[in-house]
Design a protein around this ligand. Structure first.
Ligand code: AMP
Length: 282
């Protein structure tokens, strides 16, 4: 496994691989790797001739007062985990490499960027799209892997790749959870033991939604209210939003239908946690 830290090295290397007819599978991450990331890598390992992992805590997707400084970073450990799933290359650029002096361009996906998490995290998806577009341009992957855990991000990246003809197949894979149901996240490391227990309320509220739907409930408002009630009953949790929306455009729906996404964001202590349930069929 090789580690590349400059854009030029990565570009040259990727160009050689493509010229040799190798297909490239890319898994973009911010590091602090866990089983959620590794599940993407294992699938990417199967699909592509070459597996490239990017590890970069992208400053422009963090807002003022968010956790950019304290975001967990452990490149040594990440490299061990990536090697363990057979990664060929780690691309771990510096900020100077990604955003040299004079940098001015950004990529935005209108409307989708405003919804759900976009309401409280202004500029976040612009930062995500800009860095992912750069990674796609630097590496030229055939496939790129994203987690359904960040459902809005996955939809936005799909839209961007299609709209800008980026020539990459965006693959979205299921949420990986801890045994008790908590969705794995690098930010779970911020939780104290009591907060870790409280954080289960996200998954419990989605299970409640699932139970209501299985019992025949189809009204989005009724489901939202029940979920909100459960989250508000958890003292350590502060609800940011619950959304019941259509997957592709992320617009709110009034009745549950196939491809409805139920998504929520909740703050527990210092951690802002998200989770969701996709109802492919109803
Ligand atoms: P991050 O390092 O948090 O930016 O995540 C990198 C990629 O891993 C994103 O596409 C995430 O959606 C995905 N990911 C993070 N957590 C999970 C999880 N629990 N299950 C599946 N994918 C995940």
């Amino acid at each position: 496994m090789r580690i590349l830290k400059t854009v030029k090295e990565m570009q040259l290397h990727a160009r050689k691989l493509r010229a040799a007819g190798k297909s490239i599978a890319l898994v973009p991450t911010m590091g602090a790797l866990h089983e959620g990331h590794l599940s993407l890598m294992r699938k990417a390992r199967i699909d592509g001739d070459v597996l490239i992992i990017s590890i970069y805590v992208n400053p422009i997707q963090f807002g003022a007062g968010e956790d950019y400084q304290g975001y967990p970073r452990d490149l040594e450990h990440d490299m061990q985990l990536a090697a363990g799933v057979g990664a060929d290359i780690i691309f771990a650029p510096t900020d100077e490499q990604m955003y040299p002096a004079g940098f001015k361009t950004s990529v935005r996906v209108a409307e989708l960027e405003q919804r759900l998490c976009g309401a409280a995290r202004s500029g976040h998806f612009q930062g995500v799209c800009t860095v992912v577009a750069k990674l796609f341009n630097i590496i030229g992957p055939d496939y790129a892997y994203f987690g359904q855990k960040d459902a809005q991000q996955a939809q936005i990246i799909k839209r961007m790749a299609a709209d800008l003809n980026l020539g990459v197949e965006v693959v979205v894979l299921p949420i990986v959870r801890d045994k008790d149901g908590l969705a794995l996240s690098s930010r779970n490391s911020y939780l104290s033991p009591a907060e870790r227990r409280a954080a289960l309320v996200l998954y419990k509220s989605l299970q409640l939604a699932r139970d209501l739907i299985d019992a025949g409930e189809r009204q989005a408002e009724a489901i939202k209210q029940q979920m909100q009630g459960l989250i508000q009953s958890e003292e350590l949790a502060r609800l940011e939003y619950v959304s019941v929306c259509e997957l592709e455009n992320l617009t709110e729906v009034t009745t549950i239908q196939p491809n409805t996404l139920i998504a929520l964001a909740v703050k527990v202590g210092q951690a802002r946690l998200i989770d969701n349930l996709l109802l492919e069929t109803v």
